[in-house]
Unconditional design. Sequence first.
Lengths: 334, 234
Amino acid sequence: MRVLGIETSCDETSVAVYDSETGIVAHEIYSQQTLHAAYGGVVPELASRDHIRKLLPMVRGVVREAGGRESLQGVAYTAGPGLIGALLVGVAVGRSLAWAWGLPAVAIHHMEGHLLAPMLEPVPPAFPFLALLVSGGHTLLVRVGGLGDYDILGDTLDDAVGEAFDKTAKALGLPYPGGPALEALARGGDPARFTFPRPMTDRPGLDFSFSGLKTHVLQTLCRSDASPQARADIAAGFQQAVVETLAIKCRRALRETGLRQLVIAGGVGANQALREKLQAVVDEEGAALFYPRLEYCTDNAAMIAYAGWLRLARGERCPASFNARARWSLASLR
Amino acid sequence: MRLLALDTATEACSAALLVEGEVLERYEVAPRRHAELVLPMLESLLDEAGLSLSRLDALAFGRGPGAFTGLRIAAGVAQGIALGAELPVVPVSTLAALAHGAFRERGETAVLAGIDARMGEVYWGIYRGVEAGVMECVGEECVCPPQVVPVPPGKGWFGAGTAWACHGEILARRLGPRLAAWAGDSLPRARDIAVLGAGLYRAGRAVDPAQALPVYLRDKVVAEKADATDRGRE
Ligand SMILES: Nc1ncnc2c1ncn2[C@@H]1O[C@H](COP(=O)(O)OP(=O)(O)OP(=O)(O)O)[C@@H](O)[C@H]1O
């Protein structure tokens, strides 16, 4: 079975075709990063305007690359959570295309796509597993029992990890998006020069809080001479604090649940220091670490096509009446 | 000539099927429910006429101006259907549709079509009815405060659309003796888009599905970020 996937929830336009026998057969991602860079963040209206211009030619190209419309058996599109105007472009095009083709359609939760992305790798995890979902808008520890079986074990009480990276990067004068730039800066820094808190690690539970850390960075920066070396040291100290905080909670969650597989998903999952630290944690715990290739870490349609296939294969169908949801809880899925 | 049309540019959501000069229509004033309603409306029209998409010549949609998110729903649906059913697309102005509505309902042939654009502005178009199914734009459509809308030559002009409901007094003062009457309660409808679309199709104005794009008129969206985000939530 082959499924066309469409993703337009934020600032990436992406289209893919997943084949249940052979995996992803065509995949394109267009990033609007340069469009928004001048504004220091995503401008929702500009994002929507760009999606409606770029999406259809990409659908055409990807379908052609996959061998044409005849090979497809369904259409999946991200229906939330995300920017409502941006989401609606992908939903409107995807749902209408399926309608005209006479194919079944299914609306996908963006975070479910991220959770399942490691299943696209040659050595995928098996259900049940523990997932650390870290992106610009989310910081979740989830027990994934199977498709639609998501138990949220931990969540952030304030900022998401990606948000903390972005805000800290901004304070350090780095360009948007800040995560990758901060990681690069941290490479030349001494993480031990300044000490940062490991928020909420001294009490039980699996929740996170990152807003205090961001404030701490600002204060440290003000008290320092703000030289290039001081900035690099702050970046390194901040990154280490975040990585260690996430690692402590992952270790705790592995022990509490008895799960032996840990998955990292979402944009912050691209962070090399985080991957290395979590590899050390699973090695010590006798568990295994899984993460999607870089291309499937940030927003992409491959994971949407894949999740779409799972749901279509289970017999799910969306009616002709469509919609998108800016907010949509992962735990509400079945 | 067989053509399917849709419009989700304003608070109204509508769909129409034109078959050899006869029009079937679905129309509902349903703010924020366009996504829910539009495909079922199209489906019920095809069912009623016993037609499939493959029997159509073209697809027309209200390309704007109007609410940004609504425009993209219409364009996105038009793109998806047109690509899927291999149909050409005819983008139709929502201001032309308003003008055509005044022609259809009241025989007006000189229409000042205006849609409330919020933030103290209106979307504005000056239209002349040339013959049944053809409305010609005099000058260019624009977005501007009602105090400074472009003014047409001559007399006997009829004002149509929500711009007149919101700024009727100001517009009437601006138009002076050129204005004959106005009504602010009409919204663009798919039945007018269908008829205008058929005319444009015959004139060779159909485009590839990838060119089925909104015409926003308002392009300074970043300085007006608050409004853009606001509209995005519609
Ligand atoms: N190497 C990195 N190190 C740290 N953070 C990173 C790195 N690469 C990307 N990020 C961060 O990941 C986030 C983007 O991830 P992603 O695209 O998955 O999330 P999003 O779409 O912004 O949010 P969500 O998916 O929750 O709606 C940004 O905050 C970015 O700074």
